[in-house]
Design a protein around this ligand. Structure first.
Ligand code: CAA
Length: 253
């Protein structure tokens, strides 16, 4: 049987994780969440992976929570159930996560994109948080991440209607960094490869300060930034690159 999550190594330092449940538009069944969580933890641990690209299948990145499973859950079960570890894993990855969206990114699918560091979408990609139409809310970080990214007015505009957004609208709201004319995966892999070629400790520190800073006071965030930079000043990579620049070597690039 084909695996519901596939992991490939398309380029040096880059891992491509693919949701592979196209017959259900990659709806997040419990089994798919378990498999994705395990795959992300594996690539996070792999010493030769620097950047993770996560994608779906051509018709859908992910249609969100599996409504057929969710429909059978009682409120008591929902209360007793702890948050699936996938959501914590997504928020705690230290390596950059680039999501490539083709087709639909709805509900939990859009929430994965909201938790990513970078999102590349194809021109025809469709985003949305339709949970309100099912009588629930985006409970995997969607309400809080969207308001932080897009502001209260734009977040509520979509949260309260469940209306869909085009890739361009998502880009205008700061949810997408790049709209690819055709192949979102190719564009995401190119972006991932250019990040993978950067000094890994600088990549890590930049991701961390950008992730933590906005929820801290400005003074605390600036201290975090200063300390992260100080740590980078202690690295051999920094010494080598600055020396190369000073000596007008290859470090100029
Ligand atoms: N859960 C379970 N099954 C789903 C699903 C979902 N979220 N989305 C699609 N499927 C299944 C369909 O039931 C269908 O299965 P059958 O062939 O057995 O009938 C199959 O996938 C193909 O779906 P469609 O025929 O509907 O395909 P389409 O291309 O015409 O439409 C779609 C695709 C727009 C994504 C549409 O399927 C849809 O609107 N899906 C629901 C989206 C949604 O409401 N998501 C929010 C879920 S709640 C949530 O995300 C909360 C959370 O857990 C974090």
């Amino acid at each position: 049987m084909e695996s519901i999550v596939k992991v490939e190594r398309p380029a040096d330092g880059v891992s491509l994780v693919r949701l592979n449940r196209p017959e259900a538009r990659n709806a997040l069944s419990h089994a798919l969440k378990d498999a994705l969580d395990a795959a992300l933890l594996d690539v996070e641990r792999a010493s030769d992976v620097r950047v993770i690209v996560l994608t779906g299948t051509p018709e859908a990145f992910c249609a969100g929570g599996d409504i057929k499973e969710l429909g059978a859950v009682t409120v008591e079960e929902q209360l007793a159930m702890r948050e699936h570890p996938l959501w914590r894993t997504l928020g705690a990855l230290r390596k950059p996560l680039v999501v490539a969206v083709d087709g639909y990114a709805l509900g939990g699918g859009m929430e994965i994109a909201l938790a990513a560091d970078l999102v590349v979408a194809s021109e025809g990609a469709v985003f949305g948080l339709p949970e309100i139409r099912l009588g629930i809310l985006p409970g995997a970080g969607g309400t809080q991440r969207l308001v932080r990214l897009a502001g209260r007015q734009r977040a509520l505009r979509y949260l309260l209607t469940g209306d869909r957004l085009s890739a361009r609208a998502a880009q205008a709201m700061g949810i997408v960094c790049e709209v690819a004319a055709d192949d979102a995966v190719a564009a995401a892999l190119a972006l991932a490869a250019s990040i993978a070629a950067m000094p890994p400790l600088a990549v890590r520190q930049i991701k961390e300060v950008v992730q933590l800073g906005p929820d801290a006071s400005l003074a605390a965030a600036l201290a975090l930034e200063r300390n992260a930079n100080l740590a980078l000043f202690g690295t051999e990579e920094r010494t080598r690159r600055m020396k190369a620049f000073t000596e007008k070597g290859s470090g100029r690039a």
